[in-house]
Design a binder for this molecule. Sequence first.
Ligand code: PLP
Length: 419
Amino acid sequence: MQPNTLAIHAGYEKDEQLTMAVPLYQTTAYEFKSTEHGANLFSLKELGNIYTRLSNPTTDIFEKRFAQVEGGAAALATASGMAAIFYAIANCTKVGDNIVTSDKLYGGTYTQFVHTLKRFGVEVRFFDTFNVQTAEELIDENTKAIFFESISNPSIDIPDIEKIVEIAKKHKILSIVDNTVATSYMFRPFDWGIDLSVHSTSKYVTGQGLAMGGIIVEREGLNEFLKGNDKYAHFNEPDESYHGLVYTDLDFPAFCLRARLSLLRDLGSVPAPFNSWLMIQGLETLKVRMQAHCDNAMKIAKFLKNHPKVKEVKYPLLEGDKNYDNAVKYLKDGASGLLSFDVGSFDVAKNAIDKLKIFSLVTNIGDTKSIVTHSASTTHQQLSDEDLLACGVTPGLIRLSIGIEDVDDLIADLDNALK
Ligand SMILES: *Cc1c(COP(=O)(O)O)cnc(C)c1O
């Protein structure tokens, strides 16, 4: 079945009520039928719900459905994208280990990597997104993963993904992609041999700016890579906190299983059942929304490119863009709703943004509603001009997350603001 059909049906078996909509199981805990039943659940002799920090039927449907849409074997939903990224890294590293990552990253991921992971004893080494070969020099025997974003937020860059996967396979380390911006529709991580994907579902998946969420998806067959692999000994040794369970002995995708039984249990960044329910609603319409976001963004990129006040436009599928070849190679049907353009100076940018009527000034992406951000006056305000340039931010840079309004209205709004 195609991803779009799976997004609407997968993971949900109707019970005797035969409800068309997926039920919302808003509950903390679940009753045991007997002491024996309770004991069996705790020892994993029988699978079932105990407590919502470990599993919830609504979240379970969202996870099963998302895994199938992405083309993976299993998924684990978390309370936010940052939690998903932290769990993915924490599930394959320990004190003294390191990971390598592309240097074009989401701001929250950058601070988690550079500050928080460092305090946990995990070093993060950065390679050049436009020269991924440099990753190889950073890898040593303690390197456990290679991380990158398929379309980076906010810089809108696409690395040479095939090369990254080749390096990961050569050094037998896990490859992890943040697929938030491209979504399962524009980029198919497991077709390229990537081991794990993470998403912030707070963006395009919820789709209407309704709820926070994150998810980890693992590819089919990852157990064969983990089984007997000394680098990831904790998947092969008895887990004392789980009655000596050996994750790779079970016939179940081990990466997500361990992240649930160990990390979700102990750290607890579990999604609210209601948020999982909202994510299911979002997932059902994700494909049509993504097509609308991409079509609108492409038309606006072309409009801005021909506008006399605009110095430069950045959209991966615009001919002449630095990422054009990678965009054509890796993306299907579009390059998301993110684009940026430069109007030359801080004041021109500021004036234009204040004149926009449909676009809202917000630091978020992936909403049905169009969003504008001016990094130089908000997120990057504290940086010197030199540091701004190093982050790829110029004073006249305007970033857009194009929504799914009528594109003629969006173009008219931009045209008026640039007068
Ligand atoms: C927003 C975002 C995150 C963080 O997700 P939250 O749900 O806000 O915690 C991570 N990666 C990318 C690419 C993002 O856009």
